[in-house]
Design a protein around this ligand. Structure first.
Ligand code: MEV
Length: 329
């Protein structure tokens, strides 16, 4: 059996503007993750089990554009001429090995935590390793980006990047990744509105706004970029408390992009009222999760305030320089 895992992620600052070439900061969240096990099967076919989404199917029963099926088809295509010493390589065209693939995930779907990209990355790692087709992080990341493009229209690539490398990143589309140097760890509370919201929709709505008035939105995206640059500087000099005001400003700019929601705004206000240094939505928006920057000793109070304000779930994560190595066994 071959197993691989991938973490969830949060965008600290810069979502949406990052699609238009501005920088963004993102960090892995290791408390939630996707685990994929691949083993040889005694029965014919490629059997996929993903209990969290009630999926138990043979590959051919899934539409080829299904999120999981498209990873498997594309990876088989990549490895089809491979002659693996174990004989497990995907053979000629149309000839798939017999496999059992188990996918378990604790990352909520459509919540801005990168569940789709995490499934792609973990599945790519487990399947490629099982087929003896070694892939470096760069290859996994490039492959995952192609898959993201199939499903999300115009993704920036930030989700697959932070999840593949599992470390804090300063990300600019189509540029080599830069590690965000976290000088002093800090605590973020993640609050879930419980409202599912696909990123594809909000990304496409922002694009319509941009197409209708590029001058205006380029200015807004420029300001997001400035906020992100300032935030990077604070994190890299240990002044993380000063991120709070920048997060608040970023939330206002995201509201202007129409990607907040009443539920997100309620949780953002509740966090600030409970003493958070700053708060904003995180990810695609319209639902999903928000984040709040807190002093460690205030974490429980802020998480409690989010639940009292209607949040489905609230939990703390520490942003630190430590690289959470993705696992492969
Ligand atoms: C989603 O996590 C981040 C967005 O900026 C989309 C993207 O960058 O692809 C909303």
């Amino acid at each position: 059996m071959t197993r691989a895992s991938a973490p969830g992620k949060i965008i600290l600052l810069g979502e949406h503007a990052v699609v238009y070439g501005r920088p963004a900061l993102a960090v892995p969240v290791t408390q939630v993750h996707v685990d994929v096990d691949v083993s040889d099967s005694a029965r014919r076919g490629v059997w996929i089990h993903a209990p969290s989404v009630d999926l138990h199917e043979e590959l051919n029963a899934l539409p080829s554009d299904h999120a999981v099926a498209s990873v498997i088809h594309n990876l088989f295509f990549l490895t089809r001429n491979l002659h693996s010493p174990s004989g497990r390589g995907a053979g000629g065209e149309g000839e798939f090995p017999d496999l059992e693939i188990n996918i378990t995930s604790s990352i909520p779907v459509a919540a801005g935590l990168g569940s789709g990209a995490a499934v792609t990355v973990a599945l790519t790692r487990a399947l490629s390793a099982h087929l003896n087709y070694g892939m470096h992080d760069e290859q996994v990341n490039a492959f995952a980006y192609e898959i993201e493009k199939l499903h999300h229209g115009t993704p920036s690539g930030i989700d697959n990047t932070v999840i593949t490398y599992a470390r804090p990143v300063y990300f600019v589309r189509n540029q080599p990744i830069e590690t965000l140097k976290v000088i002093e760890p800090f605590t973020i509370i993640i609050g879930d509105t419980g409202v599912g919201a696909p990123t594809k929709q909000s990304v496409s709505d922002v694009r319509k706004l941009w197409e209708a008035d590029k001058t205006k939105w380029e200015r807004v995206f420029d300001e997001v970029g400035e906020v992100v640059q300032a935030a990077r500087q604070k994190i890299e000099t240990g002044d993380w408390r000063l991120l709070g005001g920048l997060m608040n400003r970023n939330h206002e700019l995201l509201q202007e992009m129409t990607v907040s929601s009443p539920e997100l705004d309620t949780l953002v206000s509740a966090a600030r009222d409970a003493g958070a240094l700053g708060a904003k939505l995180s990810g695609g928006g319209r639902g999903g999760n928000m984040i709040a920057l807190v002093e460690k000793e205030n974490a429980t109070a802020v998480a409690g305030a989010l639940i009292s304000a209607g949040g489905r779930r609230a939990w703390a994560t520490e942003v630190a320089a430590t690289i959470a190595k993705p696992t492969l066994r």
